[in-house]
Design a protein around this ligand. Structure first.
Ligand code: NAD
Length: 305
């Protein structure tokens, strides 16, 4: 099938990145969010990120203008999906919310439209089961930041058809991404492996084994990770990290995935990382320096002082 019109549901950090790459690839993009402020912020972020590409001379001013002209916005699902060839949902990582959104998308999207979710961990099979087209429901899991990261993890639900999978593999290639197809089990591959690593880093901090900079430096310099696990958790969003760990914990019924109590506490306190301005580090506009956020999360015996 030929895909020209792409609707993205949720205009947060992932939704704006997904909209950016499709708009730049020449697709007509409809970006939808329940929150008008999120849509305004998403358009401003896309424009700023395109400016960066212009400055690096990877695109021209004219190409930037073309990409922005490809994007329209809506605040209702009914309007946003009515002409879609594919809908990619990138709303908040919450199972009840996603099931409600997919019921609505299914009701208003045209026949033949593929319904994809950018979920980090929620069952694609479960999402497909609330629609009347489970064969056309699939996971299309982009990595953050979307314009930079090459991988798209494609998740086959129990009922996803081969035709749907092939269409999404080709679509990922058409926007210069590298697709990897996996099956639908909690956390798929990326987060089943990444989240226990991040959780273990938080447990080390919570138990006072080491402080924030030590844990991140050890993993960066010792394992050649581009970012330490605590900084990465801040970047992903601590609320999203907690939701994914809960999906793994409930999905496998295994204690090894139980989220660290410190993570639960920080999310309850609204410290969700970069997007709230504070997580393990503090984020001040324009500053690249990483400052540890709170004495509370320093270990008791501070070995370096
Ligand atoms: P975010 O908090 O930045 O954005 C979520 C957006 O969804 C918000 O703008 C919110 O207003 C919107 N929203 C909430 N309810 C909605 C509704 N009913 N209809 C439409 N929009 C609604 O979150 P994010 O980090 O962009 O994550 C979005 C999805 O992408 C999640 O499923 C997450 O697991 C997944 N994901 C996140 C990352 C990451 O690094 N953050 C990476 C890969 C996948």
């Amino acid at each position: 099938m030929s895909i020209k019109n792409v609707t993205v549901i949720g205009a947060g950090q992932m939704g704006n990145g997904i909209s950016h790459v499709f708009a730049q690839g020449g697709y007509k993009v409809t970006m939808m969010d329940v929150n008008q402020t999120a849509l305004d912020k998403a358009l401003a972020t896309i424009s700023k990120n395109l400016d960066r590409q212009v400055a690096k001379e990877t695109i021209t001013e004219a190409q930037k203008a073309e990409a922005l002209a490809n994007i329209t916005t809506h605040t209702t699902i009914a309007d946003a999906v009515k002409n879609a060839d594919i809908v990619i949902e990138a709303a908040t990582e919450n199972v009840d919310l996603k099931l409600k959104i997919f019921k609505d998308i299914d009701a208003y999207a045209p026949d033949g439209c593929i319904l994809a979710s950018n979920t980090s961990s929620i069952s694609i099979t479960k999402i497909g089961s609330v629609t009347n087209r489970p064969a056309s429901v699939i996971g299309m899991h982009f990595m953050n930041p979307v314009p930079v990261m090459k991988l798209v993890e494609i998740i086959n639900g129990y009922s996803t058809s081969q035709e749907t999978t092939s269409a999404i593999v080709n679509l990922a290639k058409a926007i210069n991404k590298v697709p990897c197809v996996v099956n639908d089990y909690p956390g798929f591959i990326a987060n089943r492996i990444l989240m226990p690593l991040i959780n273990e880093a938080i447990i080390c901090l919570y138990e006072g084994v080491a402080g924030v900079p030590e844990i991140d430096t050890i993993m960066k310099l010792g394992m050649a990770h581009p970012m330490g696990p605590l900084q990465l958790a801040d970047f992903i969003g601590l609320d999203t990290v907690l939701s994914i760990l809960n999906v793994l914990y409930e999905g496998f019924g295994n204690q090894k995935y139980a989220p660290c109590a410190l993570l639960v506490n920080m999310v309850a306190a609204g410290k969700t990382g970069v997007k709230s301005g504070e997580g393990f580090y503090k984020y001040t506009a324009g500053s690249k320096e990483l400052v540890v956020a709170n004495q509370f999360i320093k270990p008791k015996f501070w070995v370096n002082e």
